[in-house]
Design a protein around this ligand. Sequence first.
Ligand code: ZN
Length: 93
Amino acid sequence: MATRLCKFPKGITPCPKCGNSFQFNARSERCAEDCCEVWIECICGYGPTSFKPEHKVEDVWGSLDKGTLLLATEVWAEEIANNTPTPPTEDKK
Ligand SMILES: [Zn+2]
């Protein structure tokens, strides 16, 4: 399994656990002969995609290049949107 530390100077969807939005570990793992899974995890270890394999990005080479990482960050944002509990509603005026 390959791991690479990625920095996002502009920030992406913050980690719901620690609030980090600038540094993430990009990981790639071979899941079949001609297919790899790519995903990102927070540096604190939080990774919503780690328990939803069907939501990882599939890439033939598992390369951690810009395009693949972009897809992985989209998956990350989507996962957090789906996993974060709805915040309490504000009092109505
Ligand atoms: Zn985190």
